[in-house]
Design a binder for this molecule. Structure first.
Ligand code: AGP
Length: 586
């Protein structure tokens, strides 16, 4: 959704929040802005478009407090007026906000009736005017009372020309505090300030951070101090930078062999505890969105194959319509890289209210889902910055394999088999990247591409299609190979690319037969397999492995195909249009 960062300390606040908001740009990149207070009062600069450089109006401004925002539009078009920061009528209060204020219309009417004039159509602007309305209470209490009037999801930061305080308020949108002697950072996500400190504190819903020289956390409802623990994040800044890669996505694709080994570093006792819970639960529902759901489809398959336990997989955004049918003995497994996806958090909270236990597979430590689950298995694959999820998919699938083997009382066997996979992934990347670069020129001008597979590889077909469409804007559809002839075959014309995922497992023969049906209609067949075939117009070779592990390998050429097609098309690979890395609104 949106990225926000605030700074209060003894350094140049504008430089710090500018560098910080650039590291959060993956969260939203329609427009951006900075607000700061210097001896002249409140200074604000904001603009539509990507973050390029410190705005001219703020160059040379010397200040030790500032807030900044990068926007993913939800309410109101992509315009300068709707860009954050937003200010009070007198311009003396500035706020930046991530989330949705559901009652913004009625609040706006009420404030306008009291004489407030609004400059934008953005829901967030009401926050600045609410604080202004309450400012007779002093800035801290004004912010707190304003927050109590809000309904919806929000993480917002506020500063005032008449106060030295930087204040942050959190409700259902992430907010994390970074600590360094004499300096305080408050942001949506850790990468915003990781180059300065890895000492962090995660705010919970209903909490506010108030910082001047000291930092205190209070309850939004009561104003009482709240004791919180400080944690150390074991990421370093190089993991949150591109290094020598052209894009984060390519870096994260290439990191997969190493990060898979990090994912394998799990607490065995915790895994065994989770395995027991999954085995004993009368009903197991896995819920996730997008790539995480595709990983869950593989997970369901391997859990069933290895341990015999059947699990259901749901689109998290649809699951809320089934919750009232569940008993409290249903076990929920929530899968999310960010741990902040609203479509996942919503049903998780509904299920917890029913008494269901929640186990989660999450990458971002300290995220909402991490902290609201009964047990969390951390993916440990480092920060994933590119909007297109790649290494997190591999980490999630790996975690499911490890869990499945643990459920099958074969943890050591599973661990040892999985330790071999990084070499195969590395081989696949090196072996297919040159051919894929050439193929990308063929695909970049296509209107559509179709991905077909069977069995557990079907999930890879859907995942490959998602990668292709979300970063190259080539429409793509993944489906069971057997489904093609039930309608979609009508769309196959001469030269239509059909990516056929057909490793030499039990699905090989039937999948090839479906590929042949497409070929007979003129399709351009790209075969992902450990064996070449005359049907293939292009062969992307993957190593021959135990059939269960093909999804981890077949997905690699799909990631690369999407990446190089997007590069050939010239789209913004890491920040594709209309999307955001973490979708924190429903
Ligand atoms: C994947 O490439 C997409 N960016 C998107 O589908 C993503 O997987 C989905 O929004 C879920 O995100 P999460 O894993 O952080 O919950």
């Amino acid at each position: 959704m949106c990225g926000i960062i605030g700074y209060k300390g003894d350094k140049n606040a504008i430089d710090i929040v500018f560098q910080g908001i650039k590291r959060l740009e993956y969260r939203g990149y329609d427009s951006w802005g900075i607000a700061t207070v210097d001896d002249q009062g409140m200074q604000i600069a904001k603009t539509v478009g990507r973050i390029q450089s410190v705005p001219e109006a703020l160059e040379g401004v010397d200040s030790t407090i500032a807030i900044s925002h990068s926007r993913w539009a939800t309410h109101g078009g992509v315009t300068q007026e709707n860009a954050h920061p937003h200010t009070s009528c007198d311009g003396g209060i500035a706020i930046v906000h991530n989330g949705i204020i559901e009652n913004h219309k009625e609040l706006r009417r009420e404030l306008e009736s009291k004489g407030h004039t609004f400059k934008s159509e953005c829901d967030s602007e009401v926050i600045a005017h609410l604080i202004e309305e309450e400012q007779g209470r002093g800035f801290e209490e004004a912010v707190r009372h304003a927050a109590l009037k809000l309904k919806g999801s929000y993480a917002f930061l506020a500063i005032s020309k008449d106060s030295p305080l930087l204040i942050g308020v959190r409700h259902e949108s992430p907010l994390v505090i970074g600590f360094k002697d004499g300096e305080t950072f408050v942001a949506s996500d850790v990468p915003a300030f990781l180059e300065h400190t890895n000492k962090v504190m995660f705010l919970d819903d209903g909490e506010m951070v108030v910082t001047n020289s000291e930092v205190k956390v209070i309850s939004t409802s009561t104003g009482e101090k709240v004791e919180k623990e400080t944690r150390t994040v074991d990421w370093d800044i190089t993991q949150a930078t591109k290094g020598n890669y052209a894009h984060f996505m390519l870096k994260e694709i290439h990191e997969q062999p190493v990060e898979l080994l990090h994912t394998l570093m799990q607490d065995k006792k915790k895994l065994e505890q989770v395995a027991r819970r999954v085995h004993q639960a009368p009903r197991v529902c896995i819920i996730a969105c997008g790539t995480s759901r595709h990983a869950s489809l593989v997970g369901r398959y391997v859990i069933s194959e290895i341990s015999g336990k059947y699990c259901e997989v749901y689109n998290a955004s649809e699951f809320q319509y089934f919750v009232d049918k569940l008993g409290k003995d249903t076990l929920i497994i929530a899968v999310s890289q960010s741990g902040e996806t609203a479509d996942v958090l919503g049903p998780v909270r509904m299920c917890k209210e029913k008494g269901c236990k929640v186990i989660s597979l999450v990458n971002v430590v300290g995220s909402s889902l991490d902290r609201e689950s009964d047990v969390t298995l951390h993916l440990n694959c480092g920060p994933e910055i590119s909007v297109a999820s790649t290494k997190a998919f591999t980490a999630q699938v790996t975690m499911f394999y490890l869990l499945a083997y643990t459920m099958g009382y074969a943890y050591e066997d599973g661990y040892n088999r999985l330790r071999e996979i990084p070499l195969h992934i590395d081989y696949t990347i090196k072996n297919t990247e040159p051919a894929i670069r050439a193929l990308a020129d063929k695909l970049k001008d296509k209107e559509s591409a179709y991905y077909i597979a069977r069995g557990e590889n079907f999930a890879v077909a859907t995942e490959g299609a998602l990668k292709m469409k979300e970063i190259s804007y080539v429409h793509a559809e993944g489906m069971p190979a057997g489904e093609l002839k039930h309608g979609t075959l009508a769309l196959i014309e001469k030269g239509t690319p059909v990516i056929v995922i057909c490793p030499k497992d039990q699905t090989y023969g039937e999948t090839l037969a479906n590929a042949s049906e497409a070929k007979a209609r003129g399709a351009f067949i790209i075969g992902i397999s450990d064996e070449n075939n005359e049907l293939f117009d292009a062969w992307l070779e993957i190593p021959n492995v135990d059939y269960l592990f093909y999804p981890l390998l077949a997905n690699i050429p799909c990631q690369l195909l999407a990446y190089y097609t997007a590069v050939a098309k010239g789209t913004d690979v890491d920040k594709p249009r209309n999307l955001a890395k973490s979708v924190t609104v429903k």
